[in-house]
Write a protein that binds this ligand. Structure first.
Ligand code: SAM
Ligand code: SF4
Length: 344
């Protein structure tokens, strides 16, 4: 990958509610090697490759965000590690660590981590989020529609061995992994990993009705409180920065549990993040339709000026809060696009 010329510094990204944007989630591909039933249908229609930004364009765009005050960058997807030469982008971005960027992270399903964990750590990555909804091979195959739990567990072990700080992300699903949640937490904490539970969100059409498996986390928390001693979470390093998760420490397991409750709790007030899709569409809110085309700006004759104008428009349009709801059986998704498009 050729490294582009530096991008000139510009106005910091501050929205009309005075929230400074310091965190970018960049989806590097919408493609994936799994088909998690709550995320996408088996026959998912992926974007034509020609529409997706090249790695050079992604790098240039990331530099533009860093020049405007973004200090934390998470690569996501789809599955980021299925994109060819992905590690080249990570290496190029890793060179900005300590030079504008304070943290470079990734959210991955772990299937390719056995191969890539050490190169990611070498590129400067220190933390990684790995999604795991169950440690039961049959349930994994049913939920992800691919029988590869052992591959994912090997990936998680490789991340630990490479010295990456691992956070496990688990979508809480009524009647599916619900009964396994305490065992998953015990396992993760025993391995030295934090674990965060996520409520299923109504993003994009899938085959089933997500309402059937929607599990509100306030109920899970009550259940866990009956079993263990939960106390308000300690602040640890950069991990607790205006994110949507609330954290609790569990005395008996000695670990930390995050709870992401987009549907039962409002986390928008301190929002410091934006998302960019693999086609360069800037979404100001995971739960909103508003988007600004950065690809057109990047490919214009005067990219710096066009990016400035695009960023100014985006900051004027970032909504105050999202408008999710998943409270009715059979309701259409709140948003037509899938989580794999905007990046989790
Ligand atoms: N493929 C990678 C992975 O699974 O970690 C990164 C992208 S994935 C879209 C990011 C996160 O979003 C995963 O933890 C996944 O479980 C979660 N996710 C996907 N669809 C979701 C939905 N409809 N509601 C809540 N979480 C969802
Ligand atoms: Fe792929 Fe991640 Fe969606 Fe699962 S949650 S289908 S791993 S993008």
């Amino acid at each position: 990958m050729t490294v582009p010329a530096t991008v000139s510094g510009s106005q910091p990204l501050i929205d009309r509610f005075a929230r400074a944007i310091s965190y970018l989630r960049l989806s590097v591909t919408d493609r994936c090697d799994l088909r998690c039933a709550y995320c996408m249908p088996e026959r998912m229609e992926f974007l034509p490759r020609a529409e997706v930004l090249t790695l050079e364009e992604m790098h240039r765009m990331a530099l533009a965000f860093i020049a405007r005050g973004v200090t934390k960058l998470r690569l996501t997807g789809g599955e980021p590690l299925v994109r060819r030469d992905m590690i080249e982008l990570v290496r190029a971005l890793g060179r900005k660590l300590g030079d504008g960027l304070s943290e470079l992270t990734m959210t991955t399903n772990g299937t390719r981590l056995a191969e890539f964990a050490a190169p990611l750590a070498d590129a400067g990555m220190r933390r990684i989020n790995i999604s795991l909804d169950t440690r039961d091979p049959a349930l994994f195959a049913r939920l992800a529609r691919r029988d590869c739990l052992s591959q994912v567990l090997a990936g998680i072990a490789a991340a630990k061995a490479a010295g990456l700080r691992v956070k496990i992300n688990t979508v809480a699903l009524k009647g599916l992994n619900e009964a396994e949640i305490p065992a998953l937490i015990e396992w993760a904490h025993g391995e030295g990993h934090d674990l965060t539970l996520i409520e299923v969100m109504p993003l994009g059409e899938v085959e089933g009705d997500r309402f059937d498996h929607y599990l509100p986390l306030d109920a899970v928390r009550r259940d866990l409180e009956a079993r263990w001693t939960l106390s308000a979470g300690t602040v640890r390093g950069a991990a607790r920065n205006a994110g949507p998760a609330r954290y609790v420490d569990i005395a008996e397991t000695g670990g930390r549990l995050g709870l992401i409750t987009p549907l039962t709790g409002n986390f928008c007030e301190g929002c410091n993040r934006v998302r960019v899709t693999a086609t360069g569409q800037l979404f100001m809110c995971l739960g909103g339709e508003g988007q600004v085309d950065l690809r057109a700006a990047l490919r214009s004759d005067e990219p710096d000026a066009a990016l400035d104008a695009a960023f100014a428009r985006a900051m004027g349009e970032k909504p105050e809060r999202h408008a999710f709801a998943i409270d009715r059986p059979g309701a259409a998704p709140a948003l037509a696009r899938h989580m794999s498009t905007t990046g989790g």
